[in-house]
Design a protein around this ligand. Sequence first.
Ligand code: HGY
Ligand code: MN
Ligand code: MN
Length: 442
Amino acid sequence: MGELDVAALLGEIAGIGRDARRGGYSRHVFDEHEARLRAWFTGHAARLGLTVAPDGNGNLWAWWGDPGPGAVLTGSHLDSVPGGGAYDGPLGVASALAAVSRLRAAGEQPPRPLAVVAFAEEEGSRFGRACLGSRLAAGQADPVAVREYRDAAGVTFADAARAAGIDPAGLGPVPWAAQAACFVELHVEQGRALAGLGQPVAIATTILAHGRWTLAFTGQGNHAGTTAMAGRRDPAAAAARTVLAARDLALAADPAPDDNSKMRGGAVHGHAAPGHAVPGRAVAARATVGQAELIPGGANVIASRATLSLDCRAHDDAALAALVAAIAGAAEQSATAEGCTFTMSQASLSPLVVFDAALRDTVAALLPDAPLLATGAGHDAGILAALIPTAMLFVRNPSGVSHAPDEGASDEDCRAGVGALTTVLRHLLAGGRAGPRPAEPR
Ligand code: HGY
Ligand code: MN
Ligand code: MN
């Protein structure tokens, strides 16, 4: 079996799940497109001589060696946001396959098992909860509740899983995740920090605390022509005021410049000094309304109800709580001003992640040119980080755009990512540790 090329691997799936209306890709857990990606993954893993073992949560695990404790885990996810890019998720899975193919072609015989994993529903685009597959595997989601999650069409997670050939009775923690030696996820960069640093690959330091909420405004449905403007109880107006308030509150709390290439706390040119403050952390606040619904949704009807999604992120858990509380207060005021009532519910919450310092330093010593980057994006690695030493590699994205069709990375940089991942996996499989990275700035 020869070496797999990451660009060729991505090329093989470039036609799967294209979204003609939104642009980019819409690949959602257990849909026909994601099923084709699963088949693609399983086929390559089998040809590499790996044993593919799905877990009860919809995650796919491809093992080199016998599943068991002390494994080195690597991989990412295959699903996308609606109209997402080609790299967010699949790059990490394809890079893991390519790295394993290199190690196998080189005749490595690691003394510990390795698993390439493709996690299910990382984006939460179908059932609303991000990193659902890794949360279940890590014991951070209640299987009883998850079985009843519903997608936009009202299909439960249990029924969708069953239709995909997965018995929902098997949902829950998998022992080999908690017993693994470590997890390394490679991911396309979701900002433009690396583009300014002249490096193709970076090492993650932290993930912003983040979560998702649903905001609901209830008013009085009525006729658009016969209802005077004064005294209307229009939830669309309350929701609109709230969208602007959320933007303004986050803007006031986010001292970063005006685009994601310069996210404050993003690029760090120096080195991680073991035991010292986490590099790359600084004040950040983000608030996004990405979904809105007016019910009943007629052009000549004052809505009776409006719902908004709210995605909030901040540099630590307390700052996140403060931002969400401020937005909730503004929403309440907006509802009152429009004669409406307001309720809010939390869909998910992910605390600040600080990646394992020892593993980060090991990776940094192996990749001495790789800068250290904080990120505002959530990842399965952030979930695994609560269980086992976890690290992330980012591959340069020249546009800095992500969760949109313009997301990108050059073939050359993707290959550099595979080279970096191969180096890291080879070292970790051998059970070795590297010395700490020097503390002086370069
Ligand atoms: O939403 C996120 O941050 C991630 O890309 N799933
Ligand atoms: Mn994503
Ligand atoms: Mn991702």
